[in-house]
Design a protein around this ligand. Structure first.
Ligand SMILES: *Cc1c(COP(=O)(O)O)cnc(C)c1O
Ligand code: SF4
Length: 338
């Protein structure tokens, strides 16, 4: 069993890096990078690299799969013809601010739009950011009232942004209120915090996540190296609190676009008691074209993993349909698996 990844960048700072010059000072930009180009990107799309992620980046490797996810690139200001601002079409399915109701039995609640890191391929990149989208208490009450009067919804999915950026107190209040709704049977949180900022998973946060009703936490991670010793400890605190862990990943060029990288990722998840749930086809958000892996290639990659790895390591490969059509299963199909 491989050891969890050691820190590569020994200069890494103790605070989250939030602009081009901070990245340069931390030695995270390739030699010869023009800061002006990255500042132009930063003016449009938020930047954040946590100490945990900065420490994982090998600045000497121009193809580092961690750097690729978080270090901005001037290409982000070029929108390809197929790219759209709201690729998952959340806006037309929003009955009250912060809620997205697309499927009958479950709905999203986005209490804030801040994240521990800002992923360069994010499908909500036009709206996420450090000072965006924190619902006021009044808006949260209105969202809670919507859930109370919508009995078809049995599952509340907290997403954002990253719900684990809320203080344990605020999160506990919100979860208890949702869990008190009789027709809400299960709760789910989608988060990058356990890998991107594992120090946030304190005993107080774990306690806030301990509920009478089942809570599923879907951890977003895209590379085996994100499962550091600190991340593994954070995951253990979560399972210890009775949280069921699932994994979600995005298939990304230059990050995990090989059978070996995917196998490593899914095996690392399982070692952390995380069941791979979804592998997402990249959504066409603006300026993300460099991450595209064609669906046929993704199908072949997953087919190559069938039988080679335990079935527990196999996620469902899904793609968001245009115009809010929901998630479709991409494959692989019967013929792909030989
Ligand atoms: C992805 C998504 C969900 C969750 O779908 P599952 O297939 O249950 O994981 C729920 N609501 C919206 C709007 C979504 O985009
Ligand atoms: S953590 Fe999720 S919501 Fe936040 S930037 Fe990354 S992909 Fe987007």
């Amino acid at each position: 069993m491989p050891d969890p990844a050691p820190a590569r960048n020994l200069q890494a700072s103790h605070r989250t890096l939030r602009d081009a010059s901070a990245l340069a000072e931390a030695g995270l930009l390739p030699p010869g990078t023009e800061l002006a180009g990255l500042e132009a990107v930063a003016a449009r799309y938020a930047i954040a690299v946590t100490p945990a992620m900065a420490a994982l980046i090998d600045p000497a490797d121009p193809r580092d799969p961690i750097a690729a996810q978080y270090i901005p690139d001037p290409a982000e200001l070029r929108t390809a013809p197929h790219e759209i601002e709201d690729p998952t079409a959340d806006a037309p399915f929003t009955p009250v601010p912060g809620v997205v109701h697309r499927y009958p039995d479950r709905a999203l609640l986005k209490p804030l739009l801040a994240c521990p890191v800002y992923c360069r391929f994010c499908f909500r990149r036009e709206v996420v950011g450090p000072d965006g989208g924190l619902l006021s208490t009044g808006q949260l009450e209105a969202a809670l009232a919507w859930f109370e009067r919508t009995p078809a919804v049995r599952e509340v999915i907290l997403t954002g942004g990253d719900p684990l950026m809320l203080s344990p107190r605020r999160l506990s209040w919100l979860l208890e209120r949702l869990a008190a709704i009789p027709h809400v049977e299960i709760l789910r949180i989608h988060s990058r915090v356990p890998v991107a900022d594992p120090g946030r998973v304190t005993a107080a946060l774990a306690a806030a996540l301990t509920l009478e009703k089942p809570l599923f936490l879907c951890v977003h991670a895209n590379h085996a190296r994100e499962f550091t010793m600190e991340a593994m400890a954070a995951l253990q605190r979560l399972t210890g609190a009775g949280v069921v862990l699932l994994g979600q990943s995005v298939l990304l060029r230059g990050v995990n676009d090989s059978a070996e990288a995917l196998e490593g990722l899914f095996r690392a998840m399982l070692r952390g008691r995380v069941k791979p749930y979804y592998l997402h086809q990249l959504d066409p958000a603006p300026g993300t074209a460099r991450f595209t892996v064609p669906a046929e290639e993704g199908r072949a990659l997953l087919a190559a993993l069938r039988f080679r790895v335990t079935g527990l390591a196999w996620p469902t490969y899904v793609q968001e349909r245009p115009n809010g059509g929901g998630k479709a299963v991409v494959g692989p199909v019967w013929e792909d698996v030989v």
